[in-house]
Design a binder for this molecule. Structure first.
Ligand code: SAM
Length: 248
């Protein structure tokens, strides 16, 4: 799809190198030829998360297909900061919003976690991957974040990797924020890091106590107001990138 500068960017799986001819997937060919009505030779940017960004030219292939011929690498591959987002799935549209914002805000990996109060319907990973891919194409990222299969939070914590700090966005504490967790900016850890945001119903007291007792976990407040989960995700990721990431 078109990025924020109007250039058409597509995520592909194939290796990218000079002269490589990448066969557009049917949906991509339809978008390029029928929706955007691109002519032969039209420029399209390709990225695959490994080989940087390549300027390619469109070459029709048969009645409805097309190939993209790589002409020049225009950006070297870079990796986003090593930041994971753990989030409890919420209602479908809002979960899509979480995935879209987390991609735009540079999360490297998204881990849907099932908490005691998670009330989401089944998590459709394929749908989330499509959302993340479209967001990566639009925002100019050179990769698409990994999206894990949804797992219970307890299992994720049990196998937590050493050396990675986990910021638990803790909305507890009274409305004035007194007695609550310290401000996010005061505790934001350097990469490798992770941020956890709970479901619409929040974390249950036992879950919150387990989190606070976990050696890798630091609790953080996002202020005195109770934010929707998707707002908390965007706020926490933006704050982290501003002090520890690539927006610093
Ligand atoms: N338990 C909340 C309530 O009392 O209505 C609802 C949870 S909130 C909608 C969803 C998640 O966003 C929370 O579990 C937390 O992770 C995060 N969150 C929301 N507001 C926050 C705040 N002020 N500080 C830290 N985290 C917050």
């Amino acid at each position: 799809m078109a990025d924020g500068r109007g250039k058409i960017r597509l995520f592909v799986q194939e290796r990218l190198s000079e002269g490589a001819a990448v066969a557009a997937a049917p949906g991509q060919a339809h978008y390029l030829m029928d929706v955007m009505r691109l002519a032969t030779g039209a420029p399209v940017l390709l990225f695959n998360g490994r080989d940087g960004e390549w300027l390619a030219e469109l070459a029709p292939d048969g009645r409805r297909g097309c190939r993209l011929i790589c002409r020049a690498r225009v950006r070297a591959q870079t990796a986003p900061p090593d930041l994971w987002l753990l989030f409890a799935p919420v209602k479908k549209a809002r979960t899509d919003f979480i995935v879209e914002k987390a991609t735009e805000l540079g999360a490297a990996r998204l881990l849907p976690v099932l908490t005691r109060r998670t009330a989401a319907e089944r998590v459709r990973e394929d749908r989330l991957r499509a959302t993340a891919t479209e967001a990566a194409e639009q925002c100019g990222r050179l990769d698409v974040p990994e999206i894990d299969t949804a797992r219970p939070l307890s299992g994720v914590l049990a196998g937590w990797p050493s050396g990675r700090a986990l910021v638990f966005c803790d909305e507890a504490g009274d409305a004035g924020g007194a007695g609550g967790a310290p401000p996010f900016l005061a505790v934001a850890p350097a990469a490798p890091a992770a941020i956890l945001v709970g479901p619409e119903g929040g974390f249950d007291p036992e879950e919150a106590a387990t989190l606070r007792a976990h050696p890798a976990v630091v609790a953080a407040s996002l202020g005195p107001r109770i934010l929707r989960a998707e707002t908390a995700v965007a706020a926490a990721l933006a704050l982290w990138q501003a002090v520890r990431g690539d927006a610093a």
